[in-house]
Design a protein around this ligand. Structure first.
Ligand code: PAF
Length: 281
């Protein structure tokens, strides 16, 4: 596996792959890699000649400076994990100047409104920051296929819109959420949880499964009320729970038979913000 720390040497690598007509599969990350990330590369390996990863903690998608500061940085470990996986041909670890040569500014995107729902409302500017860095990465990596986890389902939808808006010829693949044995969705942030907090956080997935049982049996407002009751506890704080149309990501109180719905939840455990979601049957 080759490791590139600057834009010029990485661009030469990509250009030589393109000259040899190799297809490129790409999964961008902010590091602190876990089995969920590795599942993206496993899939990319099956569908492409070359698999590329990137590690870059993107400042413009953090609206809270403390969250950015506390984001785990484990680059040496990450490189080892990528090497050991045997799925990845090259990892790009750019510096800030490689990603933001004209200064650390967010672009502004119109994604048709989905950027204002849920995480967009809770974290102003977040999706402009994600769009800015992913657009730049796509321009440098020039992938044929790109892979994103469904844990960040809204982000996945945003990236699908991004390639449409920019008219990029990149196929976006959503990959199923990878979970710990307890059901907790794998996330780089989990490494900041204590043992007790981690154990308690299994509650999030358990609740989503219960919601799936309740869905279409009891009303959505009643489901919301019950979820709020479940999280009336001292060791975690429910930031939001809602059920939304999978296409528009708009919250709904009623369901219709011909649409797909998904439950979305954000829970703060100590100062760790955990997000999860589930397609409802
Ligand atoms: O999902 C992430 O890790 C990040 O939002 C991404 C897509 C790498 C952009 O910084």
């Amino acid at each position: 596996m080759q490791v590139f720390y600057d834009r010029d040497s990485f661009s030469r690598y990509i250009d030589s792959q393109k000259e040899n007509s190799k297809t490129i599969g790409f999964a961008p990350t902010m590091g602190a890699l876990h089995a969920g990330h590795i599942s993206l590369y496993e899939l990319a390996r099956k569908e492409n000649d070359i698999v590329v990863s990137s590690i870059f903690v993107n400042p413009t998608q953090f609206n809270n400076p403390q969250d950015l500061e506390k984001y785990p940085r484990t680059v040496e470990n990450d490189i080892e994990k990528l090497k050991n996986s045997n799925f990845v041909d090259a990892v790009y670890i750019p510096g800030t100047e490689d990603m933001y040569p004209d200064g650390m500014n967010r672009k502004h995107y119109d994604f048709g409104g989905i950027e204002n729902e849920m995480e967009g409302a809770a974290r102003p500017g977040h999706f402009d920051g994600v769009g800015t860095v992913v657009e730049e990465l796509f321009r440098q990596v020039k992938p044929d296929n790109a892979y994103f986890g469904e844990k960040d389902f809204q982000q996945l939808k945003i990236i699908e819109r991004l390639v449409e808006v920019l008219n990029l010829n990149i196929k976006i693949h959503g990959v199923k959420i990878h979970r710990e044995e307890s059901g907790l969705a794998m996330s780089s942030r989990n490494m900041r949880l204590s043992r007790e907090e981690k154990k308690a956080s299994a509650m999030i997935y358990k609740t989503l499964r219960t919601v799936d049982d309740w869905f279409r049996v009891i009303s959505i407002p009643e489901i919301k009320k019950r979820v709020e009751d479940i999280f009336r506890r001292d060791d975690m704080e429910l930031e939001y729970f809602l059920i939304a149309d999978e296409d528009t990501l708009k919250e709904t109180d009623i369901f219709s038979a011909d649409k797909n719905y998904r439950a979305f939840i954000v829970v703060n455990v100590g100062d760790v913000r955990l997000i999860d979601n589930m397609h409802l049957k």
